[in-house]
Design a protein around this ligand. Structure first.
Ligand code: COA
Length: 372
């Protein structure tokens, strides 16, 4: 055995042609395209296509792709029945994890030849699974998840609001989905790859990933951020709350990163949208509170906001319920997970690291009747 690293920090666990994170000269890129260009000039479906197929689509390919995803949004009746039976107070991440798993029972993967179809089916249905359950339990409505033909961002907001979103709202969510779509060997993607490396089916890989994304050190950080900032009355109260958290050695969610050292390149992009949405809404509190937290965290700890921090306020201004923040992340990251599962399968070797044993020395077995 050679290297030992807590949390596998800085360990290169495999090759990928999908994404670079903080690499010298490339920054964050998907299939060689800079995140700044993708966020400025592409839509989420274009990015999903790029991640899955390796190249940006032509106009015709994108059109066909969007139509295909839109046609795949219908949920099986058996799945809707199961979603109705889940508790109304389930965490929506548990609903997505279960919904993914249930779809795997209803439409199982029989052969890896079906993997593109399944990836696209999941991309198309995860938002509907979430919103079907949500609208049924919150408003007593059985929504038609296939009614909307817009892209993921537009149809998601339309189903959530019950009316079409504005262009700004739609574009803000679309960009957030692009930023969330992929991030190399993060914990949930790695979980998906570990599961894929056992040659398990596609749904098992994605179910593992959803469960892994749920924690507050990973995707759950956007919800945890909102919980922290929601009730802070003004920037001074925010400063006080941050100093109190740091003094008691509590983490401030939405800050820090395992790979980035000085900044998260996605932060400037989502922060600009959070600011625009704040200005449009006339709310002068939440963005100011967030900026003060950013200043204090840098001053006190040299820690910078990651994507989750300003996503929280952006989603707040988009009137997305807080419990749906991490599930929206799932809907976007589905594209990256799918690309990684396919890449893992293409060059597969079972992922099975070793551990340093730190338990008791070898000792004689004591029969049950002789134990104290
Ligand atoms: N708030 C306060 N302190 C933080 C912090 C945060 N958000 N993130 C890291 N630190 C501190 C740790 O307390 C630790 O300090 P110490 O050395 O004095 O004990 C040090 O920075 C290293 O942190 P550690 O958790 O060991 O780094 P990591 O590389 O294992 O973790 C994260 C990376 C992302 C898990 C971590 O920064 C974190 O928990 N952030 C908050 C959750 C979050 O936003 N997650 C989304 C990531 S995109």
């Amino acid at each position: 055995m050679t290297e030992h690293s807590g949390g596998l920090a800085d360990i290169i666990a495999g090759d990928t042609a999908i994404c670079t994170v903080g690499k010298q000269g490339c920054g964050l890129s998907y299939r060689g395209y800079a995140i700044e260009d993708l966020a400025a000039r592409a839509c989420f479906e274009e990015v999903a296509y790029l991640l899955l197929y390796g190249e940006l689509p032509s106009v015709g390919q994108l059109d066909v792709y969007r139509q295909r995803l839109s046609r795949l949004r219908e949920l099986p009746e058996a799945l809707k029945t199961q979603l109705e039976m889940l508790p109304a107070n389930s965490h929506p991440m548990d609903v997505l994890r279960s919904g993914c798993s249930l779809l795997g029972c209803i439409e199982p993967e029989h052969s890896f030849d079906e993997q593109y179809n399944i990836a696209e089916r999941l991309l198309a249905t995860l938002p509907g699974i979430l919103l079907y359950w949500y609208c049924f339990h919150q408003h007593g409505k059985r929504i038609d998840t296939a009614a909307e033909t817009a892209g993921l961002a537009g149809s998601f907001l339309h189903l959530l609001y019950g009316k079409p979103p504005s262009d700004v709202q739609q574009r803000a969510l679309d960009i957030s989905l692009i930023l969330y779509a992929e991030h190399e060997f993060n914990a949930s993607t790695f979980a998906a790859r570990v599961t894929a490396s056992t040659l398990a089916d596609f749904y098992s890989c994605i179910t593992s990933a959803i469960g892994t994304l749920r924690g507050p050190l990973h995707g759950g950080a956007n919800e945890a951020t909102m919980a922290f900032i929601a009730d802070l009355a003004d920037p001074d109260a925010a400063e006080e709350a941050v100093l109190a958290a740091l003094a008691s050695h509590r983490k401030v969610m939405g800050f820090g990163h395992r790979v980035y050292r000085e900044s998260d390149p996605r932060n400037a992009l989502i922060k600009a949208w959070s600011k625009q949405l704040a200005d449009d809404s006339g709310d002068s509190r939440l963005f100011a509170v967030s900026e003060r937290i950013e200043q204090v965290m840098w001053r006190e700890k040299k820690l910078f906001p990651n994507l989750d921090f300003y996503s929280a306020s952006a989603y707040y201004f988009l009137a997305i319920p807080v419990s749906l923040y991490t599930p929206v992340f799932v809907c976007a990251r589905m594209a990256g997970w799918a690309a990684h599962v396919m890449e893992q399968r293409q060059h597969n070797r079972l992922i099975r690291p070793a551990a340093d044993y730190i338990g008791p020395e070898e000792r004689p077995f004591v029969p049950l009747e002789q134990r104290q």
